[in-house]
Design a protein around this ligand. Structure first.
Ligand SMILES: Nc1ncnc2c1ncn2[C@@H]1O[C@H](COP(=O)(O)OP(=O)(O)O)[C@@H](O)[C@H]1O
Ligand SMILES: [Mg+2]
Length: 211
């Protein structure tokens, strides 16, 4: 379970807050869709939940502890072990092969390397991007890179899966595969949080948060 209460976030002390007085629970085993117009703070909320930004005020509860005030080292540990994040623009490391990009997701989560490798290949196969895993991200399309980024986030079976417009670059068939994968993570017990413009996908979620 991950929850925020009376959360506020500002990028600068003199800038207007992007998030104010937000209280929402994101239960484990459920998908929550975060919607709202461009610029309303969907990505910012996901970065706060993903421990990349620290709240300006309020609590961020992860399994009962206030992650907002934990020291950086503990926040990094939680992030590495518990949280999978799919960035909006599928940030892959261009210097590493596709398989190594996926394996990177398990590196700090303490998964046995051979288990990680076979799971990575299974995930790539499931997402239809298993051909030539030794290529580099520059040689695949944006939609394929988005699916590889999802494989990377799923590798460690995160208990919190955060996806920022994960189907923005994808055609309908590929988007369906991504939503299926998100549902599997949810059914395995993860708290899944997805920022999306696509309101037709609210049917995939148990909860909707409008910012
Ligand atoms: N690094 C940043 N520094 C300052 N302002 C930012 C930064 N990132 C985003 N913002 C601002 O925060 C607001 C929310 O942005 P964002 O969370 O990206 O919204 P969304 O994902 O809903 O489009 C916008 O007004 C945006 O300009
Ligand atoms: Mg965004």
């Amino acid at each position: 379970m991950i929850a925020v209460s009376e959360l506020a976030f500002s990028y600068h002390s003199n800038a207007p807050p992007v998030l104010t007085d937000l209280s929402v629970a994101f239960p484990a085993g459920d998908t929550t869709v975060v919607t709202g117009p461009s610029g309303c703070g969907k990505s910012t909320l996901l970065y706060v939940l993903g421990l990349m930004l620290r709240p300006t005020a309020g609590r961020l509860e992860i399994n009962g502890a206030d992650a907002a005030t934990l020291p950086d080292a503990e926040r990094s540990g939680l992030r590495a072990e518990r949280i999978g994040f799919v960035f909006q623009d599928a940030v892959l490391d261009p210097t590493r092969t596709i398989i190594d990009n996926v394996l990177e997701g398990g590196l700090y989560a303490g998964i046995n390397p051979s288990t990680a490798r076979s799971r990575a290949l299974d995930l790539l196969r499931w997402f239809g991007v298993e051909e030539r895993p030794n290529r580099r991200p520059g040689e695949i399309s944006g939609g394929q890179a988005q699916r590889v980024a999802l494989c990377r986030a799923l590798l460690k079976q995160p208990s919190i899966l955060l996806a920022d417009e994960p189907t923005g670059n994808l055609d309908r068939a590929s988007a369906d595969i991504v939503w299926q994968a998100l549902a599997v993570a949810r059914d395995e017990g993860a708290a899944v949080v997805v920022a999306t413009h696509d309101l037709s996908r609210s049917v995939e979620a148990q909860h909707t948060v409008r910012l």
